[in-house]
Design a protein. Structure first.
Length: 454
């Protein structure tokens, strides 16, 4: 009898142990889920009307070519009060395209001063779309102008970026003499805007940058031009992405706990889990800036704008870059927008594709000329010919830009000899409405550094 009871107890203990282990696993799962849900709920939720931003002008064939890619619009706003919705310009606009089969990521900045349709048949700098209608209007404008169908977005502010870089331990960046010339005034401005402490740099060359210093580097504009500025932004994003992938659990936990409140998105909990589970698979393959071929023109009421040469041919190039679509056929909407931009600016010629603003080995930051001017032109070499079109200007009507920029030169622009059309009068939305030059009155002074940031 005693032997039977002993055998029965021996059979029961393994079952109890299994149940105990299972209970612990369930409890850990519940607590982990509750923790991540708490962090997820810190994100600012600005949901959009997906139906309103969906591009209904795309052909079934073109939609099919984009299948298998996860496309996200990333916006960076210079909001001092943590506002991430309408009412602020988007200083950063980046299209992130993820090949879900290979894990390859391509990023393409849209230059913020690009002259495009910003909605309601109004034409202005593309960053004003976010100002007027937040992420929903910005997404609609991107889709309409670029023949895309993006419905997911992420918006961040500079404080969030600085905080994340501090948690990741900073970035090692080689500064040119021209970048060092202005970065300290940007550091002071960024400290004032974010409330995060930092110190000023003492030399050009290799520097270990904390969060504020790295943000200042990404914001630099007057050392060269906005094209190179966006390259710096993509470079910082790429370095952060690689460091986050390699980070340990504690650092990733700190990122979640401290940064998510400074981010807005409409992406779901499942989207986040899917990305985290496959993070090791993803790597950034290439980055570029849009438009690839461009000119510059001052437009009444809108200031200095970047003009795609032409929008239609640039959209073809964009789809070649993002989706490896070598025979992309633009929509009627893009053709109509392209034609109107040409009429309003007098710039009809297609420009040469310029690869200088990627991050390949051929990339060189132009040296600042400190007030010197230089003429530059695009030759009329089309990247695409879908159908015969009459040339609306002759080569004799094209003359180089001769404009005096404080830093750098006009890049690859042409100005035609036709009279400028009367432009629609709208309120200035970017540099004309707020001070965008932290150099003004900036004196290199040491600002308090937050402990543990470097």
């Amino acid at each position: 009898m005693e032997q039977a009871n002993s055998n029965k107890k021996k059979r029961i203990w393994p079952k109890i142990l299994i149940f105990a282990i299972a209970e612990v696993i369930v409890l850990v799962g519940i607590f982990a889920y509750a923790y991540f849900l708490k962090q997820y709920n810190k994100i600012q939720r600005m949901n959009i009307d997906v139906e309103a931003v969906t591009n209904k002008e795309l052909s079934k064939e073109n939609i099919k070519k984009m299948q298998g890619y996860k496309n996200i619009a990333v916006f960076g706003v210079d909001a001092r009060d943590n506002t991430l919705g309408a009412g602020v310009n988007s200083d950063v606009i980046i299209i992130v395209s993820i090949d879900q089969d290979t894990g390859n990521i391509k990023m393409c900045s849209v230059f913020r001063d690009s002259y495009l349709n910003v909605g309601d048949n109004k034409y202005n700098k593309i960053n004003s779309a976010y100002l007027m209608g937040g992420p929903e209007r910005a997404l609609r404008a991107i889709n309409q102008n670029l023949d895309l169908n993006i419905t997911d977005y992420i918006t961040f502010n500079w404080k969030g970026v600085a905080t994340a870089i501090n948690i990741l331990g900073g970035l090692d960046i080689d500064l040119t003499d021209e970048e060092f010339h202005y970065i300290n005034s940007y550091i002071t401005d960024t400290v004032n805007g974010t409330g995060i402490g930092s110190v000023q740099l003492e030399h050009a060359g290799m520097n270990h940058l904390d969060g504020v210093q790295a943000v200042a580097y990404a914001r630099l504009r007057y050392t060269d031009n906005d094209f190179v500025r966006t390259q710096r932004q993509r470079k910082v994003m790429e370095m952060c992405f690689e460091k986050a992938k390699a980070a340990d659990l504690k650092i990733k936990n700190d990122l979640l706990g401290n940064v998510l409140s400074m981010v807005a998105t409409n992406m779901t909990w499942q989207d986040g889990l899917d990305f985290i589970s496959k993070a090791d698979k993803y790597h950034i393959l290439d980055t570029k800036g849009f438009p690839f071929a461009k000119g510059e023109k001052r437009i009444a009421g809108k200031g200095d704008c970047i003009v795609p040469l032409t929008l239609e041919s640039n959209v073809v190039r964009l789809h070649q870059f993002l989706f490896e679509d070598e025979v992309y056929d633009t929509s009627t909407t893009v053709e109509q927008i392209s034609a109107r931009i040409s009429r309003e600016t007098g710039m009809y010629k297609e420009g040469n594709y310029n690869n200088a603003y990627g991050v390949g080995d051929d990339y060189v930051i132009p040296k600042a000329n400190f007030g010197e001017t230089e003429a530059s032109t695009f030759a009329a070499t089309p990247t695409k010919k879908k159908k015969d079109k009459k040339e609306e200007t002759s080569a004799q009507d094209t003359v180089p830009i001769q404009e005096n920029y404080l830093e750098g030169n006009a890049n690859g622009g042409v100005r035609t000899g036709v009279a400028e059309p009367e432009a629609e009068q709208v309120a200035p939305t970017t540099e004309e409405t707020k001070e965008d030059d932290p150099r003004a009155g900036a004196v290199p002074t040491v600002v308090p550094q937050t402990k543990g940031h470097r």
